[in-house]
Design a protein around this ligand. Structure first.
Ligand code: GRF
Length: 221
């Protein structure tokens, strides 16, 4: 991780692909002064992403890097790395960014890239997590914040929100219940990182200098 002086306000770059409600939760936390940081840039791989409008409304610079315009994943990731590095962020925040990265990119941002995933990892990696949780008849579902590694949805765990699954839940209803908790735990984890309390060291997650359990901290609403 890049060391930062205490005087320096952490710079963030946020990557989105869609609605950007997690981005909005982060913007709101920064506006409220709960998180002291600046969002230098919001990047979307989709030109139509609603999150771009949210960023514009908040006066945050945006950039579209459309993966469809690149001949390979490597070329797309190189452009992405270039655009992110240009802003020299202390932290890269994946907020519903729906692309799989090359190992080159994940190594480059090792220890300074967070993701939120809508399941209690390691359960239900990948997509359609709410459908799969209902099909599997689990009682507890949720969301996980983790550092990004080269393993898809497999990086070191920081914080998980536990969300109950009700008998008559549809994927849509369950997704909405989980999303409310995403908006709680993601700003918390980002705040910890920005305050220098949360770190990845030797691939171990440290909070206030203490090692976290592999399943991360639990948050129950
Ligand atoms: C969230 O459920 C996030 O966990 C997942 O994609 C969704 C994005 O939602 N990766 P939003 O774009 O932040 O509203």
């Amino acid at each position: 991780m890049h060391q930062q002086s205490l005087q320096q306000i952490p710079r963030l770059v946020v990557l989105i692909s869609g609605s950007g409600s997690n981005l909005q939760a982060l913007i709101d936390a920064i506006t409220a002064g709960t998180i002291v940081a600046t969002i230098e840039l919001v990047i979307s791989n989709k030109p139509e992403a609603m999150g771009l409008t949210r960023a514009n409304k908040a006066g945050i610079a945006t950039q579209v890097i459309n993966h469809l315009e690149f001949g390979s994943r490597e070329a797309f990731d190189r452009e992405l790395m270039h655009a992110i590095d240009d802003k020299q962020p202390e932290l890269v925040v994946l907020a519903g960014f729906m692309r799989i990265f090359t190992p080159e990119l994940t190594h480059h941002f090792h220890g300074r890239m967070l993701n939120i995933h809508p399941s209690l990892l390691p359960q239900f990696k990948g997509t359609n997590t709410h459908e799969r949780a209902i099909e599997a008849e689990v009682d507890q579902h949720g969301a996980s914040v983790h550092f990004v590694s080269s393993e898809l949805d497999g990086g070191p765990m920081v914080l998980q929100a536990l969300v109950p699954v009700e008998d008559l839940d549809s994927p849509r209803v369950l997704a909405a219940r989980v999303l409310v908790q995403e908006h709680v735990i993601y700003p918390i984890a980002i705040k910890w990182f920005c305050e220098g309390r949360l770190k990845l060291q030797n691939n171990l997650v440290l909070m206030d200098g203490h090692r976290l359990p592999v399943e991360g901290m639990k948050f129950q609403s």
